[in-house]
Design a protein around this ligand. Sequence first.
Ligand SMILES: Nc1ncnc2c1ncn2[C@@H]1O[C@H](COP(=O)(O)OP(=O)(O)OP(=O)(O)O)[C@@H](O)[C@H]1O
Length: 355
Amino acid sequence: AALYAPKETAVQVSQILLDAGSDWSLKDSCSKTALDLIRSDGNPDLVELLQKHEDPPFMERWDVGDLIGRGGFGEVYKVLTDKGIQCVAKIIKLPVGQLTADQYAHDRTKIDKAVESERNLCRLQHRNIVRFFHIAQTEPATIVLFMELLEGKTLETFINGAPMPENKIRDFSEQRAALHAQPTPPVIHRDINCSNIMVLSEGTRIKLIDFGLSIELKLSVSHNLASTQTPRGTHNFMAPELLGAGEADTSPQYSRESDIWAFGCSVYQMATRQRPFHSASNLLTIAQLIKNNGCPKLPPGCSKELEDFYRSCTTQNRSKRQSALELMRHQFLTGGEITRMRLMTNRLHRAASIS
Ligand SMILES: Nc1ncnc2c1ncn2[C@@H]1O[C@H](COP(=O)(O)OP(=O)(O)OP(=O)(O)O)[C@@H](O)[C@H]1O
C-alpha cells in the first residue's frame, strides 16, 4: 500500500499497523521508496518509528540523564543518544568478582551466550511489550539494554495508589492473557511480577518491561553470588514446580505454565493489593503453604468469575493449569475491551459483506 497507494492511504495503513502492534517491521517490509514517502509525510510518530528501526539507536555514544529506577543488578537511566533519540538504558553490571583467568573465560562465554540469545527481544513488536532497541555489551560483564521510554508507573505502584475495580483487573488481565497466548515468538517471561509491568499514563494500557534477561545473566555468574542473591525470580510469584528446582546444579526451568502461575499471582495482587504469601520469609515456607493449601484465597466480595479465573491460573499441577488461550475464553475475560473490539470488528466485517 505504501508503494502503490496514494500517500494518505499509505500513511493510514502504516498507522493502523502500528496501532495494531503487529509483528511487522517497517524497515524489513517496505521498499526505500515507500520509506521515503512515509518520511516525507512528516508524521512525527512514523518518523520516530523509522528512527527506532535503525539499529542501534546511537552512532558512537549516548548521554546518560536522570536515574529513573534501580533493579537487582542494574540501574535504569533516561538517555539521549547521538542520533537524538530519547530512550531508556538499563545498565546491568554483573559481579564477576575475583576470578582466575579460567573461571573468567568460562563466565564470559556464558554471559556472551545469554546476551546473544536475548537479541531476539529487539525484534519483538507488540502493543503490550516495551520496544527493545539494542543490547550492547560495553564491557564483558556490563550489558546495556536500550528500550523505549515509557510514561507511566509500574503496576506495583498503580495498585498501591488505589483499590482496583474488577473491570480494571479484567482489562489488564485480558491484555496479559492475549500476550501470553501469542504463538510466535513464544514469549516466556521468567520473572513476572507487578514491578515488571508498566501501566501507561492514560491508565488503560499495560506493557511488560522485563523479560528476565537479568535472571539469565545472573544465572551465568551465580557461583559468584552470595547464596541469598541466588537469582530465581520474585519468590512470591514462583510456581510450585520451580520452588524445588535450582538446589543442586540445576537451574529453575521457566515455562509458559510457570508464567501463567505468576500471572495468577499478579491477579491476586491486583485484587488484594498484597503479594501472595507476603508474610512468608523464605522459599521453603512458600512451598509448604502451596503444598498444604494452594494459593491463598481471594477476599469475600470478589465475583465468582474472578475467583474461578484466579484458580485456573494457579492450579498446582502444572499440566492441568489452563493455557493462555483457554484463559482468553474464560468467562471473567469475555466482555473485556479486547473481546468487545473483536466483536465490533466482526460486526463491521459482516455489515461490509452484506452491503
Ligand atoms: N522502559 C522504561 N521506561 C520507563 N521506566 C522504566 C523503563 N524500564 C524500567 N523502568 C523503571 O525502572 C525501574 C527498575 O526497572 P528494572 O527492570 O531494572 O527493575 P527490576 O525488575 O527490579 O530489575 P531486575 O529484574 O533487573 O532485578 C522500574 O520499576 C521502572 O520504574
